[in-house]
Ligand binder design. Structure first.
Ligand code: HEM
Ligand code: HEM
Length: 182
């Protein structure tokens, strides 16, 4: 596996980051929305799993951005119009922003609340900040709305990918799919 991307294709590591984050976000989002329906005695374990998987997504997002800063992204396909390129860049910027804001607001909600995050029950993560009621409340207020904003942005992004594939019939989606070479 090469670590650097070839000029026209997303490499294996870029695809791994993209799709592992998509799958984890889906599981995390569905589980979070269903969380209230589980019996009380399971809540503690479910919350530990929620916080751990959220931190895992945050770590993957950090690794992904580090990879992205150290590598050249493949240029947009020549058939994509300048206006669509700008739109895609804005959309990707927003997705990166929310990819950090959602788990960070969750982590800070827990940390400002003075609660410990046990990473899959293995070890306690440092909280980094002192307990603070006002900040805890603020993070609790924004965590779920930020998640819904991420869902909306991702839905628009997925629709754009499908538009490229089925309407424009270009290789934008193909070159992000595992196992495909353009
Ligand atoms: C990308 C990762 C994350 C996603 C998609 C996500 C999503 C959500 C959603 C949708 C809810 C609302 C559940 C409901 O009340 O119906 C929620 C609640 C919560 N999340 Fe996250 N979360 C993420 C990461 C984290 C992290 C990293 C932590 C802490 C370390 C965390 C801590 C919490 C807590 C404590 C609640 C309960 C809030 C309350 O009682 O009002 N989340 N999360
Ligand atoms: C929560 C879900 C998703 C998130 C957070 C997300 C995030 C991103 C980000 C940030 C990029 C830009 C990569 C970069 O320039 O560094 C990207 C690219 C891409 N995504 Fe997603 N994505 C999600 C879901 C999807 C889905 C469901 C599809 C397909 C239906 C998809 C297809 C693509 C494609 C084809 C590209 C490459 C675009 C290009 O080559 O210019 N994504 N994604």
């Amino acid at each position: 596996m090469t670590i650097r991307s070839a000029s026209t294709d997303w490499n294996a590591l870029a695809k791994f980051f993209h799709w592992s984050i998509v799958v984890l976000l889906l599981l995390q989002g569905v589980a979070a929305v269903l969380m209230d329906g589980f019996p009380r005695e399971m809540r503690g374990t479910l919350m530990m799993l929620h916080k751990s998987t959220g931190v895992l997504i945050l770590l993957l997002a950090i690794a992904r951005v580090a990879w992205r800063l150290l590598n050249k992204a493949p240029p947009p396909l020549p058939e994509v119009s300048p206006a669509n390129r700008v739109l895609a860049q804005l959309g990707h910027g927003l997705l990166y922003l929310l990819l950090f804001a959602v788990p960070l607001s969750g982590f800070l909600m827990s940390a400002y609340g003075g609660r410990v995050t046990e990473f899959y029950g293995l070890f306690a993560l440092p909280n980094f900040v002192a307990a603070n009621d006002a900040m805890n409340e603020l993070m609790q207020k924004i965590h779920e709305p930020l998640f819904f904003a991420l869902v909306l942005a991702a839905a628009g992004h997925a629709a754009a990918a499908l538009y490229h594939h089925y309407i424009k019939r270009d290789a934008t989606l193909i070159r992000m799919l595992p196992g495909n070479k353009t």
